[in-house]
Write a protein that binds this ligand. Structure first.
Ligand code: NOJ
Length: 501
């Protein structure tokens, strides 16, 4: 039986602002992305997910959407977006875009109307008195307007929350989905998917949210093979799984895996829990190592504490780049071998580190300013990609780039890594090609190889072995297809993954 494409896809996340700059203004755009589509084709990805591309004042990197039916002029035009979708499809690459239903922008037509015509405030959360809720970015979650009322914003003040008790909000988002489905997009990544509804006590995971996704699923199904991916950060797996019931979202990001320390028992626990959560409801698991909100894996895995937690608590703690890179390579092969979908965040395939020494004046993430600098924010994983050349902007486009690139990135460029069999880029290219043939959706069977080794066989017969312990371990019999690091004879060293068949 042929499987739906999204059940085993490799999905590449494009942070448009930092991917490639086609018009020389130092900011990534659609022209730049279109020019680099052959790179993504060569890399071997099945789909691209783009962060918000809508008109936006960029108070939160585009997650403050002023118009859900347009394209931010800095990125291009609607016509260009349509051409991009067609180009990607021509290459056999699907296109997923972000939709941001929890909040809007203070620059949106609806919010501006709410300020001048209070009878339209029902679309947002206006109250005469604020409660004690704090914004996820720091500071109070309420801001007062000129006539004395307060509006709720779970994120920055520039991002007023919608009121999902308003039928108008439902109708408008249903139209937005249709607008983009009709332009050919293959799916939506649903931002802050568990937050939409609030009551007097709670702002997360209220039951009516599931009715919204049931309706959205019906709409997606009307268009055929289109998908909805949830950004659902919920520690309770049972609550999480409710979003993936067969008539709701198709899939959701695995943040437990992303946050998991590089530690064998924990990794195994998270993998088993993930499979146990997804299998009974028939949803494909996903394996995510990074995105535009979290510390780059090379830096995280090079620290003594390899966990990820929001809040930037580990920012600037010492990290060994060699160790971090070795582990990031092993983690990539582990993630790609597991059953389900895998996500690759741009620059992960180049082994880029977190840029931790950005000048404070360059930082743009509202988390930084709203925490009074205590949280260094997420700019360090959003630095424009290095494509080629010896100095900034490293083939990205115009100079200066919107966030400065480190001066020593010449060896990290895609060009420098191309053709080098030992590079991170070569590892990702080979692994994605093999994954296409031998991995993706399905099941796994664990092989007992001791407490420090994660080893399993997949339906195709491919065996994946990751050694996290200090002692070299004999590999099971088979031909070695790929390894993340050197092997000694038939033994696999610490922090290495091998694929055999
Ligand atoms: C999650 C997005 O990934 C993040 O970048 C954004 O700041 C928040 N949602 C608010 O939209």
């Amino acid at each position: 039986m042929s499987q739906a494409w999204w059940r085993g896809a490799a999905i590449y996340q494009v942070y448009l602002r930092s991917f490639a700059d086609g018009n020389g203004d130092g900011v990534g755009d659609l022209a730049g992305l279109r020019g680099r589509l052959p790179y993504l084709k060569d890399l071997g990805v099945d789909a691209i997910w783009l962060n918000p591309w809508y008109p936006s004042p960029m108070a939160d990197g585009g997650y403050d959407v002023a118009d859900y039916r347009g394209i931010e002029p800095v990125f291009g035009t609607l016509e260009e977006a349509e051409r991009f979708i067609a180009d990607a499809h021509e290459l056999g690459i699907k296109v997923i875009i972000d939709v941001v239903p929890n909040h809007s922008s203070t620059e949106s037509a609806w919010f501006k109307e709410a300020l001048t015509a209070p009878e339209t405030r029902e679309r947002f959360w206006f109250r005469d008195e604020p409660n004690d809720w704090q914004s996820i970015f720091g500071g109070p979650a309420w801001t007062q307007v000129a006539d004395g009322q307060w509006y709720l914003h779970l994120f920055a003040p520039e991002q007023p929350d919608f009121n999902w008790d308003s039928p108008e909000v439902h109708a408008d988002f249903e139209n937005v989905l249709r607008f983009w489905f009709e332009r050919g997009v293959d799916g939506f990544r649903v931002d802050s998917a568990a937050l939409l509804f609030k009551d007097a006590e709670r702002w997360e995971d209220l039951d009516p949210v599931h009715d919204v996704y049931r309706r959205w699923r019906e709409i997606a199904d009307e268009y055929g093979d289109r998908i909805l991916i949830g950004e659902v950060w919920l520690p309770d797996q049972e609550r999480f799984a409710r979003y993936l019931r067969p008539d709701e979202l198709h899939t959701a990001f695995n943040f437990d895996f992303l946050s998991c320390p590089w530690e064998p028992a924990e990794l195994r626990r998270v993998i088993e829990l993930t499979l146990a959560t997804h299998t009974p409801i028939g949803a494909p698991p996903t394996w995510v190592l990074s995105n535009h909100d979290v510390t780059r894996p090379v830096t995280r895995y090079g620290r003594a504490d390899t966990t990820f937690a929001h809040g930037g608590a580990l920012h600037g703690t010492p990290s060994d780049p060699e160790l971090g890179t070795r582990r990031a390579r092993a983690a990539a092969l582990l993630a790609m071998a597991l059953p389900g979908c895998v996500y690759v965040y741009q620059g992960e395939e180049l082994g880029l580190p977190e840029v931790e020494d950005l000048p404070d004046a360059a930082r743009q993430d509202p988390m930084y300013a709203r925490s009074g600098g205590a949280n260094r924010g997420r700019d360090g994983c959003r630095v424009p990609l290095p494509w080629s050349g010896e100095s900034a902007p490293f083939g990205f486009g115009g100079h200066p780039t919107w966030l400065p690139q480190p001066a020593d990135w010449a060896p990290m460029t895609a060009k420098a890594q191309t053709g080098d069999p030992g590079s991170m880029l070569s590892l990702y290219r080979t692994a994605l090609r093999l994954r296409h043939e031998l991995l993706g959706d399905g099941t796994l069977t664990w092989l007992p190889m001791g407490p420090r080794v994660l080893a399993f066989t997949r339906d195709s017969g491919l065996t994946c072995v990751t050694n996290l312990g200090p002692d070299p371990v004999p590999l099971p019999p088979g031909e070695i297809l790929l390894a993340s690091g050197p092997l000694t004879g038939d033994r696999i060293l610490q922090d290495t993954t091998a694929w055999l068949i």
